[in-house]
Design a protein around this ligand. Structure first.
Ligand code: PMP
Length: 326
């Protein structure tokens, strides 16, 4: 018989899938690392499990403890699945711009959810950074995960996602393109791939309203770059410790509109029903066209599933209200 001991045994080993129509204008092969095949439907299952295992190993997380995190939903889902199997409680703090589906899904897997305003400074006591820290202080036997600065986040991708991509492409990958939020995915995968072949280019996809691209290019943390945006999962108004700028070759910024429109196009033209950041990532690949030649093998990572965006990118009324479609 062949079976997993529990649901956590199904994390990782996701497929690579060729993109066909949307990338017709590019000279090269474009392959998607298709992370929705993870049990929580996102790449975040990998780092959630790794962060918990590392915290158990050094005693930060104790039996019967409560896991507390500020999460846009996907990390929460990964943490919740692991918590169920391992016997922990979860409290998640979300920003109010996150889709209602994400919130409801976290409640469905037994987590307590606290919603905070998006448009306040990170230092503001109402921000989800501040609220999650406060809850961690007030809750006995709790562990504050802090995916932004927790090194186990990038390490998970260094140990699993990176090696999988290297093996699946038979070492032929030349470019890796991925949306950047906490930076765990790009930094872990990028470090592993560059160790195998330092010529592989690592590209980050950023949003308008986020600090990454400007910081990478100038070393300046420019507050003028920060303003509210719609795109979910990528871009930040802080510099998480998990972003290793030294392994990133460049960033491209994708607009909210393009991210949303390309999320719809991936579903309608490729049969790839994916989240908002996948739309931004594939548009980012197209924007980087000038860097690719015919023998290149470009891998783009798609973080999460379309079901979490039914009320937004997959709702034409919402798309019209935003002015994204006629
Ligand atoms: N896309 C989605 C949907 C996400 O939830 C995240 C995590 N914030 C990202 C992209 C960015 O991944 P990372 O945090 O590893 O940079």
């Amino acid at each position: 018989m062949e079976y997993a001991e529990n649901i956590l045994g199904t994390i990782g080993n996701t497929p690579l899938v060729k993109i066909n129509k949307l990338t017709e204008e590019l000279p090269c092969l474009v392959l998607a690392k298709y992370e929705t095949f993870n049990p929580g439907n996102s790449v975040k299952d990998r780092m959630a499990l790794k962060m918990i295992e590392d915290a158990e190993a050094d005693g930060r997380l104790q039996p019967g403890g409560t896991i507390i995190e500020g999460t846009s939903g996907n990390t929460g889902m990964g943490l919740a699945l692991a918590a169920i199997v391992k016997g922990y409680k979860c409290i998640f703090v979300l920003a109010d711009k996150q889709s209602k589906e994400k919130c409801d899904i976290l409640k469905a897997v037994g987590a307590e959810v606290v919603v905070c305003p998006t448009d306040v400074e990170p230092e503001d006591p109402r921000s989800y950074y501040s609220v999650s820290k406060r809850l961690a202080k007030e809750t006995p036997n709790s562990w504050y995960v802090n995916q932004y600065d927790n090194p186990s986040n990038a390490k998970a991708h260094y140990e699993s996602t990176g090696p999988e991509i290297w093996k699946q492409t038979d070492g032929k990958i030349t470019h890796f393109v991925v949306g950047v939020g906490t930076g765990g995915t790009i930094s872990g995968v990028g470090k592993y791939l560059k160790e195998q072949n330092p010529n592989i280019k690592i590209w980050g996809v950023d949003t308008y309203g986020s600090v990454f691209k400007k910081y990478h290019e100038t070393g300046i943390f420019d507050e003028k770059e920060i303003y509210p945006y719609v795109t979910e999962g990528i871009g930040e108004d802080i510099l998480p410790k998990n972003v290793d700028f030294s392994i990133i070759d460049g960033f491209t910024k994708v607009t909210d509109k393009d991210g949303a429109v390309y999320t719809q196009r991936l579903a309608k033209e490729e049969g790839m029903f994916l989240g908002n950041s996948a739309g931004s990532a594939i548009k980012g690949v197209l924007q980087l066209k000038e860097h690719f030649t015919k023998d290149d093998v470009v891998v783009v990572l798609f973080h999460d599933h379309g079901s979490r965006y039914i009320g937004k990118m997959f709702n034409d009324d919402w798309m019209r209200k935003q002015g994204y479609i006629d």
